[in-house]
Design a protein around this ligand. Structure first.
Ligand SMILES: Cc1cc2nc3c(=O)[nH]c(=O)nc-3n(C[C@H](O)[C@H](O)[C@H](O)COP(=O)(O)O)c2cc1C
Length: 303
């Protein structure tokens, strides 16, 4: 029997497979399809202080081997997430969840993180720094090491649970940003978020997405994500949750060899709602094929 268990900042997971934020709702939607307790954990939809209706439609564009989304952080807001979504989730998921938090100012990140930190079912707080910084010209927090440092420090001051900073790949030097997270107390790194992309409709000769651009993700981005996880693993000593283009058990192993301790699956859930279940079921067979007895032992093995 192979061992698929991994540990993230003291939190032991039965396996490293975690649906990524924004692609698995608040879990209970998928619990109608299968028992989601087979998952290692899952990261719920990005939550902000106020409810958000999201961006205008169309906000999805299909691409070969992937998709562009511009959902715009549609969510019911932190109050309702705590009072309505988490109780529903609790009924169908008996493990710890990853709380994905977004914000448009340092204060908003700390406010939401402090609130969610008190929720018993939250095991890890994942801070998505891909939102525009309203106090600083609208540039995403995640594109500046200085801003990422400020958010990390502020969130760590008001929380007790492990804090993972979720990095944007739309930067020239992801390593310096990951280091800024570690230096300011982050317990781990989640990476990568979507790559900025666009498509143009030949009939209208205009961008397909109402907001013109959106985040590209799906199987096509796996090599980019692997490269970034590999680089960051060499530079920091905190665990990495790797994601970007993962859709098979083989991809999970590749991501772990690059340096990930656990792995999130995003767009694949939208193509195949059973994607995570299939990966978890295949993982032991693929481990046997590649003579891996203990999954933990391969983390960073490609270095
Ligand atoms: C429809 C959609 C919505 C997303 N919403 C969020 C979100 O709310 N918060 C977040 O941190 N990432 C969000 N993401 C990014 C994913 O969590 C993930 O980082 C990215 O898609 C790369 O993984 P993938 O290639 O497996 O999709 C979203 C992705 C998609 C496709």
């Amino acid at each position: 029997m192979v061992n698929t268990k991994v540990t993230l900042s003291g939190l032991e997971l039965d396996n490293p497979v975690i649906p990524a934020s924004g692609t698995f709702g608040f879990g209970y939607e998928f619990a109608e399809l299968y028992d989601i307790n087979i998952l290692g954990s899952f990261s719920f939809k990005g939550t902000t202080k106020e409810p958000r209706f999201g961006n205008p439609t169309p906000r999805i564009a299909e691409c070969p081997m992937g998709m562009i989304n511009s959902v715009g952080l549609q969510n019911p807001g932190i109050d309702k997430v705590i009072s309505e979504e988490l109780p529903k989730l609790k009924k169908c998921f008996n493990k710890k969840v990853i709380a994905n938090i977004s914000g448009f100012s340092v204060d908003e990140y700390s406010y939401c993180a402090e609130r969610i930190d008190k929720e018993e079912q939250v095991g890890i707080i994942e801070i998505n720094v891909s939102c525009p910084n309203v106090h600083n010209g609208g540039m995403a927090f995640g594109t500046s090491a200085e801003n990422v440092a400020k958010v990390t420090k502020a969130v760590k001051e008001v929380t007790t649970k492990p804090v993972y900073i979720k990095l944007s790949p739309n930067v020239t030097d992801i390593v310096s940003i990951a280091k800024a997270c570690e230096e300011n107390g982050a317990d781990g790194i989640s990476m990568i978020n979507t790559l900025l992309g666009m498509r143009i409709d030949l009939k209208t000769k205009k961008p397909v997405i109402a907001n013109k651009m959106g985040g590209f993700s799906g199987t096509a981005i796996l090599p980019v994500a692997l490269r970034m996880v590999y680089q960051v693993y060499e530079a920091v000593n905190i665990p990495i949750i790797g994601m970007g283009g993962v859709s098979t058990a083989e991809d999970v192993i590749e991501m772990m060899l690059a340096g990930a301790t656990a792995v999130q699956v995003g767009a694949a859930n939208l193509v195949e709602p059973f994607a995570c279940k299939n990966i978890i079921e295949n993982l032991p067979k693929v481990m046997e094929k590649y003579k891996i007895d203990d999954l933990k032992s391969i983390i960073g093995g490609a270095h």
